[in-house]
Ligand binder design. Structure first.
Ligand code: G4P
Length: 530
């Protein structure tokens, strides 16, 4: 069923360390897709590094980011769903979850800075899920690292094998263009904000004297040498290796100059995966199945207390989603329907009648959803592969108004359902610890509990290093829990979690408890813990 719709869809995300050029590249892609007409139309939703802890401003910007959360556009008969990811590291969890909803990613690397901290973390998530990656090395108009060094660095640091599909001629002021190794043509660089096709020269044979005429003898010879080396090392790209996430094709360009972007997009639609099968707790669901299934990977709350609605983002995994149709919410075991589901074509929110595998739709939610929830046509299954990662900061939640205990409990439950933070409750007690990736989330929680639930709270910082989900031999676990009572918590689903004070403590516990496994994510099958 719906094969035609499925095969024309590509759902992906662009990831990068802040400032590498994600927003700029997004904008250029949208220009090609005709989704926007002029450069500058995409509001940068990134939160600048130097942003103060003025989180209201950040939330306002996140408000903008609802509109740009998903950008769908058509390009050469392909329907492209581009999922945006927040740049600020305090919202890294949001990005990880978004990566569970895509079939591939484009990774932007700044040629000057090379691999940066966020890039490493994001790639780790891609590797866990075997997500196919295309690398775009950006800012070739600046004096960056040498391409061979960069390729080396990316391969080593990100533990992936690369396969250059284009190769630059110089960089910075001397940057002359890129040679497309696949199409065998030369794209000449002229700094410009406009997309142009006319500066492409076909050079089937690199010994052609035309090359010397265009770029000069020295650079022509250098390119010949480089290409010979590249072809000797890499040969032709095997798309299967890319689809299996074994090899990542690489392009060089300059997003702000719209250079190399079209080549990237053309290759992307040719090789990027169509919507893939997905695992559930029961079986693998193929996109071509007749019956609809989908899961929630992101929930966005409206901060305005007069409009308490939330938007749940659902990725369609199989069949056809239709408006005003009852679907089964498998966690709550109840049927729900949506009268105003919307799509994100060209940044306009449009009510849609139907959606197909690969599509992302926005559903109004009054508190029924949490991250990972699954909708089906009745089958009792739950999509997996949407793990929670260990938070980096831990604080104890202190209720400042005992009269509002109920509101506080409800508020914190709902906020953690949205994925704002993680809640750990003392095993056999009521002590509550909140775990976050960044400081900002604590401010968000405090503010929202007061504004939306009338509950005031404060936080006491705790010196924990990591939360580890524990599994293993029942007796060993029981003993461990008894012995380590003050460090063992339960997550929201009742799983046992050990809070380690330091790496040393964790290693010691690992050694002392060989029958217990310590995992850094809530999904043990794909655990990152070694
Ligand atoms: P991000 O979303 O990954 O955080 O990065 P963004 O696209 O906002 O780009 C970060 C900065 O890098 C921007 O400059 C942008 O103009 C610049 N940039 C993007 N692509 C290129 C490129 O190919 N070459 C060069 N030289 N610069 C590039 P900014 O000064 O921070 O912002 P703006 O005032 O230019 O918007």
């Amino acid at each position: 069923m719906y094969e035609k719709e499925i095969s024309r869809r590509r759902t992906f995300a662009i990831i990068s360390h802040p400032d590498a050029g994600k927003t700029t590249l997004t904008e250029k892609l949208l220009l090609f897709g005709g989704a926007i007409q002029v450069a500058g139309a995409v509001k940068s939703n990134k939160i600048k590094k130097h942003a103060t802890s003025d989180f209201m401003e950040i939330e306002r910007q996140r408000g903008i980011s609802v509109a740009t959360s998903v950008m769908s556009f058509e390009y050469k008969d392909t329907l492209i769903n581009l999922l945006d990811t927040p740049g600020h590291k305090d919202f890294a969890e949001d990005t990880y979850r978004t990566l569970t909803a895509v079939d591939s990613v484009i990774l932007v690397i700044d040629s000057v800075n090379g691999v940066e901290e966020q890039t490493r973390k994001l790639m780790e998530v891609c590797r866990m899920r075997d997500t196919p990656v295309i690398v775009f090395v950006n800012k070739l108009d600046r004096d960056g690292k040498f391409p061979f060094d960069l390729v080396d660095e990316i391969e080593k640091e990100l533990k992936i094998s690369l396969h250059p599909l284009s190769w630059p001629i110089n960089m910075g002021k001397e940057f002359k263009g890129v040679y497309n190794l696949y199409d065998k043509n030369l794209l000449l660089f002229t700094p410009s904000q406009k997309a142009t096709a006319e500066n492409t020269v076909p050079i089937n044979d690199l010994s052609d004297k035309l090359l010397d005429e265009i770029v000069g003898e020295r650079d022509a010879n250098q390119l010949r040498e480089d290409v010979e080396l590249l072809e000797g090392v890499y040969g032709a790209l095997d798309t299967e290796d890319y689809l299996a996430a074994k090899v990542a094709p690489v392009f060089f360009g300059s997003a702000v100059n719209n250079f190399g972007v079209k080549e990237l997009l053309d290759t992307f639609i040719r090789i990027a995966p169509i919507p893939k099968s997905r695992e559930t707790d029961k079986r693998v669901v193929a996109p071509t199945e007749e019956k609809f299934t989908g899961f929630i990977f992101k929930i966005h709350a409206n901060l305005d207390p007069r409009h308490r609605d939330r938007i749940a983002f659902l990725r369609v995994c199989s069949g056809k989603f239709a408006r005003n149709t009852f679907y089964h919410h498998t966690r709550l075991d109840k049927d729900v329907r949506f009268s105003n589901p919307y799509s994100f074509m060209a940044r306009e929110k449009d009510v849609i009648e139907e959606a197909f595998p690969g599509d992302v739709i926005g559903l109004f939610d009054t508190g029924n959803f949490k991250i990972g929830d699954t909708l089906t046509e009745g089958e009792q299954l739950q999509f997996t592969g949407i793990p929670t990662f260990s938070p980096e900061l831990f604080k104890e939640l202190v209720n400042k108004d005992p009269m509002k205990t109920k509101q506080l409990e409800k508020g914190i439950r709902q906020l953690t359902d949205e994925g704002v933070a993680q809640l750990f409750t003392q095993h056999g007690g009521n002590r509550k610890i909140i775990g976050c990736v960044g400081e900002l989330q604590f401010e968000v929680i405090q503010y929202r509990l007061l504004q939306e639930y009338g509950a005031s709270c404060s936080f006491v910082p705790l010196a924990f290093y990591k939360a580890c989900w524990i599994t293993g031999d029942k007796k060993a676990i029981d003993d461990f829990v008894r012995f380590k009572q003050s460090n063992v918590m339960e997550d929201k689903d009742g799983n046992l979690v050990y809070l380690a004070q330091s790496e040393w403590f964790l290693n010691t516990e690992r050694q002392n408890n060989p029958k217990i496994e310590f995992h850094f994510t809530s999904e043990f099958k794909t655990a990152m813990a070694k």
